[in-house]
Design a protein around this ligand. Structure first.
Ligand SMILES: NC(=O)C1=CN([C@@H]2O[C@H](COP(=O)(O)OP(=O)(O)OC[C@H]3O[C@@H](n4cnc5c(N)ncnc54)[C@H](OP(=O)(O)O)[C@@H]3O)[C@@H](O)[C@H]2O)C=CC1
Ligand SMILES: CC(=O)N[C@@H](CCC(=O)OP(=O)(O)O)C(=O)O
Length: 304
């Protein structure tokens, strides 16, 4: 038996990488629309009707525009966009979030993939909040650097045409679209300050959370992360030395793995939580395929 999968937005950055992961699989049949119909509502609704699972790889506005039409169709839906990440009618598709996450995803009809920065930030923050190392209203700052593919086709064109060089800091006004999902899913009650930047490299990401903890803080935080993710295949807790002196944001490109580590000064408690992931792997397309596998009742690493 093969599952019929429709990727809406399959020629976009996230869609292409999902397709690359699925097209060789014997257990998946891809439903594809010809170029001239790929934005036709009628053609897309036909594809949704035929699919067992649809994966939305569209800008938020296009997702909002189609989502209500999908609710009554039999196909299950995975949404890669920001549109439904805090929506209680959608399952949050971070399988490693807590003990019940996989079962909730498996039973879901609609699953929302976490964002790339938020995958790193939530993965680092939830265990330290749950372990009581910081309070839910602790003042938190998140720093992050992403490859330019994080901005989709238009940002890739900006860099590859030479219109933008060297990278930039942005979203300093504290309204980044990932903040609401980070607050909700990490169990925070106070919005962190989030300072993302884009570098002159295509793909890959580092998310860092500096924290003032009590003396011994770095070891306590590492222990909390290791306990939370014990036995997980795609979220791995490493010693700081494993990542090298200069942490390369591209080190996990092409994989669905996210590595977490902690550094800092045990005497003062100055602690830095660090996550490395591929923004298009565990940060988007890999996570979507992992969720697809869970929805289909397959080994969740199939094709990853
Ligand atoms: N890039 C990343 O690292 C990540 C992306 N995401 C999310 O995934 C989603 C897709 O992003 P990304 O792939 O980067 O974006 P891209 O701009 O690269 O791709 C979006 C695709 O959607 C197509 N599209 C736009 N409107 C419609 C429509 N009405 N009907 C059908 N197709 C449409 C676009 O068509 P056209 O080619 O004609 O422009 C394009 O091919 C976004 O919501 C994004 O936030 C999530 C995590 C990480
Ligand atoms: C580098 C860059 O621009 N990154 C995007 C986030 C990646 C993305 O596409 O966002 P979602 O995960 O929310 O869908 C941004 O900051 O808006």
């Amino acid at each position: 038996m093969t599952a019929k999968v429709f990727i809406d937005g399959e020629v976009g950055t996230t869609g292409l990488q999902i397709r690359a992961r699925l097209e060789a699989r014997a257990d998946v049949t891809l439903i594809s629309l010809p170029e001239e119909h790929r934005k036709s509502r009628l053609a897309r609704l036909g594809a949704f009707n035929e699919a067992d699972v649809a994966i939305l790889c569209l800008p938020d506005a296009a997702v909002h525009d189609i989502a209500s039409d999908l609710r009554d169709l039999p196909c299950k839906v995975i949404d890669a966009s920001t549109a439904h990440r805090t929506d209680p009618d959608w399952e949050f598709g971070f399988a490693e979030l807590d003990q019940g996450a996989r079962a909730r995803i498996a039973a879901g009809k609609q699953v929302s993939n976490p964002g790339c920065y938020s995958t790193g930030a939530i993965a680092l923050l939830k265990p330290v909040v749950d372990a009581g190392l910081i309070a839910a209203d602790h003042p938190i700052t998140i720093n992050a650097v992403s490859g330019y593919s994080g901005g989709g086709k238009s940002m890739i064109a900006d860099f590859e045409s030479g219109r933008v060089t060297g990278g930039f800091v942005y979203a300093t006004g504290q309204h980044h679209k990932h903040l609401p999902e980070i607050v909700l899913r990490a169990g925070l009650t106070r919005k962190p300050i989030f300072v993302p930047q884009v570098g002159q490299f295509e793909q890959g990401m580092i998310v860092q959370v500096p924290l003032h903890l009590a003396p011994g803080g770095p070891a306590a935080a590492l222990e909390a992360l290791a306990a939370h993710y014990a036995g997980q295949r795609f979220v791995q807790v490493r010693s700081r030395a494993d990542l090298g002196d200069r942490i390369d944001p591209q080190r996990l490109n092409g994989t669905n793995t996210m590595e977490l580590t902690v550094d800092g000064d045990p005497e003062t408690g100055a602690t830095v939580l660090i996550a490395v992931l591929d923004n298009l792997g565990k940060g988007a397309s890999g996570a979507a395929v992992q969720n697809l596998n869970i929805l289909l009742g397959l080994d969740e690493g199939t094709g990853l």
